[in-house]
Ligand binder design. Structure first.
Ligand code: NAD
Length: 525
């Protein structure tokens, strides 16, 4: 296989400045370079973000919402430019770039603007008025400070936004690092942030793992990481040394289970998209398919036909499937295919690099076994390995026999049965008769189990990672003492016993009331 060879970032000045090579994955050609942020500058940039964040935290929520409306307006006005950059840098088919990065962002802005007042409202703490007269206690959600965000390249526009939008609304500053393979998208987003936000509120640093490490060490208050399991493990270990909380959205090997009563046409259309969109480079891509043995052959025939109809590569008009991101990805994906074939699998479509840039054709494999790398490791490429099962219990057990747990899908006309089956698979997201698509939703929680990570993005549970609850107690009572203040003595004991008798099931209510009231009157004299 032709190996086009990526150039790693080259070292520059003593401060650690370097440049990132820019490639067009559609051709593999080197098309330029991007200056990386000197790692020695990162802590200073975090300090600048902290200063901007202090003012921002005190800004009324209405003004913060105004900034997100500005962001939405600038972002959407530049939609075509965003799509062109995604096509040039990641090789996404334009239609996919629009739907998965621009339309989803439009929904994200609207959803958070709609939800944020309720989500950030003070949460009253219910108090027993006898024990705690005249007190108001609320939980107030404050910003945590500076969020350090480390991003992958596969959705280089939407993924940063899904954290930055709620983080900024909640009153935080953000310092974020795009992937070294998506620095042009990062620079474009940076220019949009500069147009929408106060200076230094959201700062972009460019570079690879070195700059990512400098960000963790640079004084941020939380690290939000999306990327590979290996990257997440290294980030979590580094953050742990500083006792920094982290959220990790990592890789997966998502299974699909096709039951015998599935609507084959919808299932095939859905799974072919689920396996091949973004050239299979989606954390929730369908990466292994278990189909009921009774419909295996009919299913395979339809999958192969649908796969062969897809247009691949930049020379075929509007492509359905773009290239992989780099030479290493191409090598890994083809390695999974050749190893599977060597162990007895059969290629039913695709199976050889097209020779154009980093393209790999959508590939269907049958005769795969669960011990093959293509069924165990994240391929992150356009592969569709199909295995058959005899019983549903067997299918669930095989789906669960994985270190990952991001999403799973079950396909059947019996919706309740399918939902119950999906619930038995250890994942953060489950689908019936669909797959993958809820990741960008502001109101839905997205997160994995097992080695697919911890913490979520989206929904109030994602917001929780971006706020710190402060318990605020304001006492309006005029009493001179609380019942639990000094002096202690029989009076306090009687009153406490009385209060318990008054409320416990089967308690002596009358004497309890007498003891409690007597005690309280004495205490508050
Ligand atoms: P990656 O782990 O190689 O890199 C991700 C980011 O982390 C990059 O910005 C990189 O520079 C940085 N980084 C890597 N090692 C680091 C270290 N030791 N210290 C600090 N920073 C470091 O991942 P990738 O190839 O960019 O992305 C693909 C992976 O991301 C796949 O495994 C995919 O499944 C996963 N992903 C997960 C989700 C999700 O929501 N669960 C979403 C998208 C992608």
């Amino acid at each position: 296989m032709a190996h086009l060879g990526d150039t790693p970032p080259s070292s520059g000045s003593a401060l650690g400045a370097s440049t990132l090579p820019l490639r067009d994955p559609r051709t593999g050609a080197l098309v330029g370079e991007m200056a990386a942020t000197p790692e020695g500058d990162v802590a200073g940039l975090v300090a600048r973000a902290r200063a901007a964040g202090a003012t921002w935290a005190a800004t009324p929520l209405e003004e913060r919402k105004g900034a997100i409306r500005r962001l939405a307006s600038v972002f959407l006005a530049r939609g075509s430019e965003i799509v062109d950059t995604l096509v040039a840098e990641i090789g996404k088919p334009p239609g996919e770039a629009w739907t998965s990065e621009v339309v989803t962002a439009q929904e994200l802005f609207a959803t958070w603007l709609e939800m944020i007042d309720d989500e950030l409202a003070d949460i009253p703490v219910p108090l027993n008025p006898i024990n705690y007269p005249g007190k108001d206690v609320v939980l107030r959600l404050e910003p945590i400070g500076v969020v350090g965000l480390i991003m992958p390249w596969n959705y280089p526009i939407h993924l940063p936004l899904r954290t930055i939008v709620p983080a900024v609304l909640a009153g935080n500053a953000v310092v974020w690092k795009p992937s070294e393979y998506a620095s042009r998208c990062g620079a474009l987003l940076d220019s949009i942030f500069k147009a929408a936000f106060p200076a230094d509120l959201v700062i972009t640093i460019q570079g690879g793992p070195t700059q990512g490490a400098a960000l963790i060490d640079g004084g941020v208050d939380r690290v939000v990481f999306t990327g590979s399991v290996a990257g997440g493990r290294a980030v979590a270990q580094r953050a742990a040394a500083r006792l920094l909380p982290t959220s990790l959205e990592l890789g997966s090997k998502d299974p699909a289970i096709v039951l015998h009563d599935a609507d084959l046409e919808r299932t095939v259309n859905g799974l072919v998209w689920g396996a091949f969109h973004n050239a299979g480079q989606d954390c929730a891509s369908v990466e292994r398919v278990y189909v009921d043995a009774r419909i295996h052959d009919a299913f395979v025939e339809k999958v192969v036909a649908a796969t062969r109809s897809l247009r691949v590569g930049s020379t075929s008009g509007t492509p359905d499937v773009g290239p992989l991101i780099n030479a290493a990805a191409l090598e890994k994906v083809h390695g999974h295919v050749t190893a599977a074939v060597a162990a007895g699998a059969v290629v039913r479509a695709g199976g050889e690099p097209t020779g154009e840039g980093y393209h790999y054709p959508p590939t269907v494999l049958t005769g795969v076994t669960d011990d093959m790398a293509v069924m165990r490791e994240e391929s992150f490429g356009p592969l569709f390995p199909i295995a058959s099962f005899a019983t549903e219990d067997e299918a669930v057990a095989r789906a669960n026999a994985s270190p990952y747990g991001l999403t799973a899908s079950v396909w059947s006309r019996d919706l309740r049965r399918a939902e119950a089956l999906a619930a038995r698979i250890t994942t953060g997201v489950s689908f019936v008769n669909n797959c993958c698509f809820t990741g960008p939703m502001g109101a839905a929680a997205w997160g994995g189990r097992k080695e697919s990570g911890y913490g979520v993005t989206g929904s109030r549970f994602g917001l929780e990672a971006l706020v710190q609850p402060r318990t605020v107690c304001v006492d309006r009572s005029r009493g001179k003492k609380e019942m639990w203040w000094y002096p202690y003595g029989d009076n306090l004991v009687n009153m406490a016993r009385g209060l318990v008798e008054l409320t416990r099931p089967g308690g002596a209510r009358l004497s309890g009331a007498r003891m409690a009231v007597g005690g309280l009157l004495n205490r508050w004299k």
